[in-house]
Design a protein around this ligand. Structure first.
Ligand code: ATP
Length: 816
């Protein structure tokens, strides 16, 4: 029994001993594991705070993590990212003077209350009105197109009829200097009207307006770009420039005109005329206005080229930062209505009221099904490459010319006008010299020209170059497309191409309203036709060689090489020629032209946008930028306001700072300085909101005036001031009012989009771009505001293409 008892005791002791050893082992493992975990956590936390501290413990971790840790700086460095001014001709400085549009819908209590009170009926009403406004935009844009067409048609007829009369008479009487001087006088007179208007009345109406519309749709506020005054100057300016005989067209400006019409109609008021029609007040917000401007731009393209689908694609390709299905429908409606209205009125004007046959302002003539062989696709692609080369050359020379203008001409207004007059006189001189010296005679009746001049040709003949110059550039494009073979000599067409190419380079960028599409199409059609003539000479009697095809491909290649549009231009040309079968050759040509052009430089619109230092956000973030973090992009420290803020401090901040958005933080935080504090993010408020609050004295101490019913009125107050808010200097406040406080909570955006400071640039960029934001506060993991990202902070990172090389560069922001 004793032995048995001792055995049991030993066994029990051994078991408990073993269990204890096992437990100890387990604890050790757990402790080890826990320590490991803690270490790992420390690593991941470390990389959020100090890169230097975490460096040692990182040596054993993966190299990817090591890179990530090493690249984050905390606290963020203050970068020397500003320069004083944009240097003339500099392509890598962003101008600080441009502000952004607010495309984000703020999530304020005020807006929520409005939505709650108005209900679905209000939403339906808003939607129906929206459709109606899009229709009206189509109608009015077409109306402007009709006015342009008829005015240019009538005035050109008077001009060329008079010149023809004098040329015909003076050839016999040996006084040809007289029609020459008259031609110069006509050109200079009309061009002066356009140039004086643009230079002294509204400079933003210069050029085609496409770059400005592109910037607007991208989210950049270009001052005065969608005002009535701009539209007026643009329309009169375009008529004068085209009748003035310059190498320009009216099609590009139609896009800008459509955009202004859209912005005007949709707001139900005109700030220029000081009239408020008390309608459409719910559309007085940037994001609503942007949608209408998209519709206007599409309606402009549709009216100009008779191309509604091209119009929709143009707005999609060239800018609109936000797009959805219902917007597509509305934009399409406005483009369709525009084409239909223009077609109806112009058909009536041309004497065919029952038929609709004038689809757009630009007519390429009839392009019935022209067959093409498969091997020809290679010729078209080759032509596309040549077009890309010519386009790059155009852009290169025009860039240097623009820089020269910025340095030596633009600072004196009179010089701008003089230059425009000089170009007008030179254009007339070039035209006259070509007619005088090149005796390109053709038998009458071949060319459907309206004012054939005989000059030194025999009886029954006319001067083919005279026919090209004695009509508007639009009609000349049609002639080069449609003239039968044998209508032009190789020498005269070659010289016309070279001289017109140089003239169009000189003309683009003058201080007047004019477009670039037509001169590019005309020079392209000239060398395209020459290519066709060369093929005819090489392969005589081949049925596949049709001059129309080659002129069209040349025109497409040249235009694509200059502007670098692909999808929209393809569709515009398909719709303008009415020949769907030719879609593939056009597409291949345009793609090749773009690739070749992009190898050397940017498209002409982008070059002019970059020269102006506009912070345009590209479609995608710069490649290979995952090693850049929000903490490096953002501005730091941030100027913030507290949820309940003193009026005096708001006034002081608005006066001292130029920022347009301020994060709102918890009131419990102590200010680090009068201007700056850290705190938990509660919302975001915009400068114009603060100004409206101060202007209407919505202060806590005066809440007796602002009961809840009256606060509903507050949203209207913001809309009534839109888009021209007063400056802080215009607000007068007594010293008693300065001591008041404002509760910012009902007005601020209480759930602004934010990013964590360790987010990479591509992600920040995508959030900012896709949501059309203006301010993106950066927070740390305790929701404290630590930085601010705006458009200019993101645009700074860019990949530069030069001669086929890609380099990443960081642009500077100018203070002015
Ligand atoms: P926008 O000009 O786009 O309308 P904004 O005027 O508020 O917006 P920007 O002019 O883009 O701002 O800002 C210039 C610089 O100031 C940017 O680097 C931006 O990060 C920084 N910034 C903007 N708001 C603040 C702020 N509240 N506190 C500190 N820095 C800011």
């Amino acid at each position: 029994i004793v032995i048995k008892y001792l055995k049991c005791l030993l066994k029990a002791t051994m078991t408990s001993l073993l269990r204890r050893i096992e437990d100890d082992n387990m604890t050790e493992t757990l402790v080890d594991n826990a320590e490991d975990n803690l270490e790992t956590q420390a690593l991941s936390n470390d990389h959020l705070f100090t890169a230097d501290d975490s460096q040692e413990s990182y040596d054993s971790s993966s190299s990817a993590c090591r890179r990530r840790a090493a690249s984050i700086e905390w606290p963020p460095r203050k970068q020397p990212r500003t320069v004083e001014t944009v240097q003339v001709g500099c392509l890598n400085v962003i101008s600080g003077k441009y502000e952004s549009l607010d495309y984000d819908i703020p999530d304020s209590d005020l807006l929520l209350d409005e939505e709650r009170n108005s209900g679905f009926k209000y939403e339906t009403k808003k939607n129906i009105t929206r459709w109606l406004v899009f229709m009206l935009i189509g109608v009015f844009t077409a109306g402007i197109g009709v006015f342009l067409d008829i005015a240019i048609d009538q005035l050109s007829e008077i001009k060329y009829e008079t010149l023809k009369h004098y040329v015909d008479t003076c050839v016999k009487e040996n006084c040809l200097y007289l029609p020459y001087l008259m031609w110069v006088a006509f050109n200079v007179f009309f061009v002066l009207i356009s140039s004086l208007l643009v230079t002294y009345v509204e400079p933003v109406a210069a050029g085609s307006g496409i770059p400005q519309v592109k910037c607007y749709l991208n989210g950049v506020k270009i001052p005065r770009v969608v005002r009535i005054k701009t539209l007026f100057v643009k329309v009169i300016g375009v008529v004068s420039s085209v009748v003035g005989g310059l190498a320009v067209g009216k099609e590009g400006p139609m896009i800008h005109s459509g955009a202004v019409v859209a912005a005007g109609i949709s707001q139900g008021k005109s700030t220029t005329f000081g009239r408020d029609f008390k309608i459409f007040h719910f559309f007085r917000e940037d994001h609503e206005k942007r949608d209408f401007v998209s519709g206007g731009a599409a309606a402009g393209v549709a009216a100009a080229f008779g191309s509604p689908v091209g119009g929709v694609l143009f707005t999609l390709e060239e800018g609109t930062s936000f797009w959805n299905q219902s917007l597509t429908w509305r934009v399409f409606l406005s483009a369709m209505v525009s084409t239909f209205t223009l077609n109806s009125i112009l058909s009536m004007y041309h004497g065919y009221p029952a038929q609709l046959w004038v689809a757009g302002l630009l007519s390429f003539g009839k392009f019935p099904d022209i067959p093409y062989s498969r091997f020809e696709l290679f010729i078209y692609m080759g032509m596309g490459l040549v077009g890309g080369l010519f386009g790059a050359l155009f852009n290169y020379i025009n860039y240097h010319l623009t820089v020269f203008r910025m340095r030596y001409i633009n600072n004196k207004l009179s010089m701008k006008v003089l230059e425009a007059a000089l170009v007008a006189a030179t254009t007339a001189t070039v035209g006259f010299a070509m007619i005088y010296f090149l005796n390109d005679c053709r038998p009458l009746g071949q060319d459907p020209t309206k004012f054939p001049i005989q000059v030194f040709c025999g009886d029954g003949e006319y001067n083919a170059l005279g026919a090209l110059w004695f009509q508007t550039p639009e009609t000349s494009v049609k002639s080069l497309f449609q003239d039968p073979p044998g209508s032009h000599k190789v020498t005269s067409l070659s010289l016309f191409f070279v001289l017109y190419f140089l003239l169009s380079i000189w003309t683009y960028g003058l201080s007047l309203s004019a477009g670039l599409f037509i001169p590019s199409l005309l020079t392209g059609a000239a060398w395209g036709r020459l290519t066709g003539m060369g093929l005819m000479w090489l392969f005589p009697n081949q049925s596949w060689i049709d001059l129309r095809k080659y002129a069209l491909i040349g025109a497409a290649a040249q235009l694509g090489g200059v502007v670098r549009m692909t999808i929209s231009l393809t569709v515009i040309l398909i719709e303008a020629t009415g020949n769907i079968a030719f879609g593939l050759p056009l597409m291949l040509t345009l793609i090749c032209a773009k690739w070749m052009g992009d190898f050397f430089n940017e498209g002409i619109y982008d070059i002019h946008i970059m020269l102006a230092g506009v912070p345009l956000l590209s479609w995608d973030p710069p490649p290979l930028s995952h090693d850049i973090y929000a903490s490096e992009i953002m501005s730091h420290p941030v100027v913030v306001l507290r949820t309940t803020e003193r009026v005096a401090r708001i006034v002081q901040i608005l006066t001292a700072e130029t920022h347009n958005g301020f994060p709102v933080v918890d009131p419990g935080h102590e200010l680090q300085s009068e201007k700056i504090s850290f705190g938990k993010l509660r919302g975001l408020i915009l400068r114009h909101q603060l100004i409206v609050l101060l202007q209407n004295k919505i202060f806590n101490e005066r809440m007796d005036l602002w009961d809840s019913k009256n606060l509903e009125v507050a949203l209207k107050l913001f809309r009534n001031e839109y888009p021209r808010y007063p400056h802080i200097q215009d607000i007068s406040l007594s010293s008693a009012e300065m001591r008041c406080t404002v509760d910012l909570r009902p007005f601020m955006n209480s759930s602004p989009y934010t990013v964590i400071h360790s987010m990479t640039l591509p992600r920040v960029f995508r959030i900012f771009r896709a949501l059309g934001l203006r301010h993106l506060p950066v927070i740390d993991d305790t929701n404290q505001v630590v930085g601010m990202v705006t458009r200019k902070d993101l645009v700074r990172y860019r990949v530069h293409h030069h001669n086929g090389h890609m380099t990443r560069e960081e642009l500077k922001i100018s203070e002015k």
